[in-house]
Design a protein around this ligand. Structure first.
Ligand code: ZN
Length: 297
């Protein structure tokens, strides 16, 4: 699969920079409320690209999007990262991905990034905020302002709330160093970065979860974060992941998002859908389907 893809939205160019894509997790693990019967009813369209027949696991991707407007270069979501100690999240444990090389092949060096925006502060969205240099965690993007939704910070900075998600030290190695370096800005969930890029509140999966809306020249895209983890949730919008902090709110946000975008030309860029990741939402009976883009730029 291609490690880099690109799409153009008016004057804005969006690159996808892939860290990893693989059969990742059993559907019943990610979605505790998913019954075998519901899964069976969708298996014909999920296999083989979205549900790996050999392992029975959902295929998931971990990637960043780099959004380049005429004014700013914005990196959205920072994957799992390298050298991170994750005893309880072994999929992200002590990795050595060629992520910075992939970023370079997309045409970007860390110094060129003006803003880093994590749609939320889960371990698989903050990893490349930092990298280990001489045994210390330093910010990967030396010039960047790291934008953090204030509500997201207020939730995850509470140790007991964080412990319900994981006791792995991801906050210490991938979030706190950004605060300590003085590069963080706490922002509103509807913060405007420039004329073509703005944040949009989408709470539920986490309390301060945000999407990133890109609009230019009459075209529109939205970086969806984890409103949905896989395309199965378009067909079953009420099914939450085991990581959704506020289940009812997550369902409401997902249904609203699907209803608002169904049948529109707005390009959807999800955080975990496999290659080609991008696509469009269409109505399908009482629910929805995801139509993957055939090819990027
Ligand atoms: Zn995620």
């Amino acid at each position: 699969m291609a490690l880099v893809q690109a799409w153009r939205i008016g004057e804005v160019v969006i690159h996808r920079v892939l860290e990893d894509e693989s059969p990742w997790v059993a559907p019943s693990t990610l979605y505790p409320d998913l019954t075998p019967e519901i899964l069976a009813s969708h298996r014909p369209w999920l296999e083989p690209h979205l549900l790996d027949p050999a392992t029975g696991k959902l295929v998931m991707a971990f990637h960043s999007f780099v959004v380049k407007t005429p004014w700013h270069t914005i990196l959205v979501d920072a994957c799992g990262g390298n050298d991170k100690n994750r005893p309880h999240k072994t999929g992200y444990h002590m990795k050595s991905w060629p992520y910075l090389e992939t970023l370079a092949s997309a045409g970007y060096h860390p110094q060129q990034i003006d803003f880093v925006l994590c749609t939320h502060l889960h371990a698989d969205h903050v990893g490349w905020n930092t990298r280990r240099v001489d045994g210390r965690w330093v910010t990967t993007f030396p010039r960047a302002r790291y934008l953090i939704a204030r509500q997201e910070w207020e939730h995850w900075s509470v140790g007991e709330l964080r412990a319900r998600y994981t006791t792995d030290p991801y906050f210490e190695d991938s979030v706190l160093p950004v605060i300590e370096s003085g590069q963080s800005d706490f922002v509103a969930m509807d913060h405007v970065i420039d004329e073509q890029v703005r944040l949009e509140p989408s709470p539920g999966h986490t309390p301060g979860h945000v999407c990133v809306r890109v609009g230019s020249g009459g075209a529109q895209a939205v970086l969806m974060g984890d409103i949905m983890h896989t395309a199965l949730q378009c067909a079953e919008p009420d099914i939450n992941s085991c990581f959704c902090v506020a289940p009812e709110q997550a369902r409401r946000t997902r249904r609203e998002f699907l209803g608002r975008h169904a049948g529109t030309p707005v390009l959807i860029l999800p955080a975990h859908f496999p290659t080609p990741a991008a696509g469009w939402i269409r109505s399908h009976g009482p629910a929805f389907r995801y139509h993957f883009d055939q090819i990027g730029e």
